[in-house]
Design a protein around this ligand. Structure first.
Ligand SMILES: [Cu+2]
Length: 276
């Protein structure tokens, strides 16, 4: 195994020598976009958002848990087309593609997502339900967002500390995370859209108890709290998120509905791990 890094290095060096762009042209720092969430709305930055490697931070100033789901609309489709489509029961149309975004921002906290943004027209929306059962987007937490073409070369998505796979129906982890600030690279390896919510469980509580609590509209004492993750991603999507991990028990969970209408966690899409 000790030869692998040397071989990889050799491959990278020769690839750069042949076709790599000059170092000065590569933008290595991601564009940063900060979005504020309230009960129930978003405040997007006033500066234009460009395509390319981007970190979106969702700052939750509300009293409820929020997320930001990026939905890219096919060319020619509008926000009002999307509003009409989601009022119709059944699957989301093919022209609206779930492209992740920061998930599971606790009240007073934040969540982040790093991704290579494509230019185009997006809808940003929160699908988390309130205690009354009404999802936040139906209370106004939905808006359009334009992403302009990038200026030049952009960096690729960096590899995170831990690789996470999403599939029907479960999670794979390349390793158990250690305490500290950790970055996760999440790939949807399945055939359906998936999300990941990272939760820190309260002592003695299970991920199933937390799922039931969230589904019931966060009533009663919380069995844990979300500390980040990535919103609904279509198959093939890859994004990063980071979270500060203190020793304790954590879980991953997916709430995306399956074709039978049941959320993925009810089909077993949960995972638990202990950070020491
Ligand atoms: Cu899922």
């Amino acid at each position: 195994m000790r030869f692998v890094p040397l071989l990889l290095l050799g491959t990278l060096v020769s690839a750069c020598a042949k076709e790599g762009p000059p170092v000065a042209d590569v933008v290595s720092e991601p564009q940063t976009v900060t979005v504020t969430a309230t009960d129930y709305g978003y405040q997007l930055p006033s500066a234009p958002i460009k395509a390319g490697l981007t970190t979106i931070t969702l700052v939750n100033e509300g009293k409820e848990i929020h997320h930001l789901t990026l939905i890219r609309l096919a060319d020619g489709k509008t926000m009002s087309d999307f509003m009409t489509a989601i009022e119709t029961p059944g699957p989301v149309p093919d022209w609206a593609v779930g492209m992740g975004g920061p998930n599971g921002a606790p009240p007073g906290g934040e969540a982040n997502a790093t991704l290579v943004l494509e230019s185009g027209t997006y809808v940003v929306a929160c699908f988390i339900p309130s205690p009354d059962g009404v999802p936040h987007f139906a209370k106004g937490m939905i808006m359009g967002m334009e992403v302009q073409p990038e200026d030049g070369a952009t960096a690729a998505l960096p590899a995170g500390d831990i690789q996470v796979g999403l599939l029907e129906y479960g999670f794979t982890l390349s390793q158990t995370p250690m305490a500290g600030k950790r970055s996760f690279t999440v790939t949807n390896q399945g055939k359906e859209p998936h999300e990941v919510v990272l939760v820190r469980l309260a002592p003695g509580k299970t991920i199933e108890q937390l799922a039931a609590w969230l589904e019931a509209g966060e009533q009663g004492p919380p069995p844990g709290e979300p500390i980040g993750g990535l919103s609904g991603m279509n198959p093939g999507q890859v994004q990063n998120f980071s979270a500060d991990l203190t020793p304790g028990t954590y879980g991953f969970i997916c709430f995306v509905p399956a074709p039978d209408g049941a959320p993925h966690f009810a089909h077993g899409m949960v995972a638990t791990f202990t950070v020491s």
